[in-house]
Structure formats: C-alpha cells, structure tokens
Ligand binder design. Structure first.
Ligand SMILES: [Zn+2]
Length: 224
C-alpha cells in the first residue's frame, strides 16, 4: 500500500509539473498558434531561399532543398493531419488564416503541402489530366513552400469565383504568398490557372509581384 501511494505521489507531481509548464499559447483547437505566427514568420521574411524557382525548366536536380519541414497539424485547418510545410511558410500561413477569419472567411482548409519525390511521382502517375500535375522534381510541393488551399463547401471549379478564392487572390500577398499560377501567365508558367495553389516567397517579394502583376518566373528574371 505504501508503495502504491508513492507511485500515486509521483503521478501527482508529474501532473503538477505539466500544468505548471504547459505554454499558455499552445495551439488551440481551431488551429491558432501565436508562437508560430510571430517567431517563425519573422525568420521567413529574412531568408532569400524563399525565391527558389521550381518548374519544368528548373527542376530540383540535386533533390529537395534543405528546408525544415514541419507538421501543420493544429497550426492551420487541414484536410488531414499528415500535411506538412516548410517551417517559415507554415508560420506565415497561420497569419493568413487569422486574417481570413478576421475578414469573416472561416472555411479555408489546407488540402496539400509538402510532398516527397516519391509522393510526387505517385500523384503524377495516378493523374490522367497532366495540366494540373508536375513530374517529379518539377513541383514546388517538393520544397514545402507551396500550399493548396480550399474552402469547405466550395468545389475546386468554383474556387476562383467564390468569396474565399477572391479574398485569397487579393490578400495572400500581405502574408508573403503569391497566387502562383494566375490565368494571365499560363504562357510563362506553363501551368493552368490554379486558384488554390499559393506559394510562399516572403512579404517583400509578394508585395512587389502583386503590385506589378508579375509571376515568379518574371520576378526572378528581373532580379538576375
Ligand atoms: Zn499545388
């Protein structure tokens, strides 16, 4: 009996320690996390790697870049809990989702983020219409810098004309994201219009591209 009481006491002490040190701003059930939003987003803005251009002409021949890929679970709303993103991208995305909620848009959800090369190969092989899928090493999803954002209750085909799609197209730049494949740049990007695919480039570059109507290919060209 004495031994049992000792074990109970140990559990009580552990429980008290957990209660004492649990961070007050740990991710809440609705996906908000203040720690992510401040620290990680600031680090994101400082890095030039976020301008990495990945497309059919610029494949990831040396493999995916050495970015920190982290779980997005409980940071932003997800289609499934296995979705991952590059750390800075995720921090900025949390801010975007908060901005959307402040604007009355509460049904956004991340459908897809980081993909390994093997996953990209599998998706490419399984997709009949290649207009919306890149071969392995040619997809931004292998960097973790791209997120596919959907709106619950809105079909993919109707995303562009929806309030959610329009809010994203008009406001994503404020959080460092660009609508990566706009309808008027198909001849340059080589990719069909994807109103759901947003790419993190940092706030400075995103603002410039939005204000000057440039896609990433044009912006990177200009920077050379
Ligand atoms: Zn995508």
């Amino acid at each position: 009996m004495k031994r049992l009481c000792t074990i109970c006491a140990v559990f009580v002490v552990i429980a008290l320690l957990i209660a004492r040190y649990a961070p007050e701003d740990s991710p809440s059930a609705d996906g908000e996390s203040h720690a992510w939003e401040t620290g990680v987003a600031a680090a994101a803005a400082a890095s030039g790697d976020y301008l990495l251009l990945v497309n059919a002409d610029n494949p990831l021949t040396d493999g995916a870049p050495d970015f920190e890929i982290v779980s997005a679970y409980r940071v932003v709303p997800l289609l499934n809990r296995n979705i991952e993103l590059e750390a800075g991208t995720l921090g900025a995305l949390a801010l975007l989702f908060r901005g959307a909620r402040d604007a009355g848009i509460e049904n956004l959800v991340v459908n897809d983020g980081y993909r390994s090369r093997a996953e990209q190969q599998r998706i490419y092989d399984a997709t009949e219409d290649k207009a919306f899928v890149q071969p392995p090493d040619c997809s931004e999803h292998q960097t973790g810098l791209a997120a596919d954002i959907a709106a619950r209750g809105v079909d993919r085909d109707e995303m562009a004309g929806s309030a959610e799609g329009q809010w994203l197209a008009e406001n994503a730049w404020k959080y460092g994201f660009i609508l990566r494949y706009p309808p008027d740049k198909i001849d340059i990007t080589g990719i069909s219009y994807e109103p759901w695919h947003f790419r993190y480039v940092g706030t400075e570059a995103a603002k410039y591209m939005f204000e000057n109507g440039l896609c990433l290919e044009e912006y990177v060209d200009k920077s050379d």
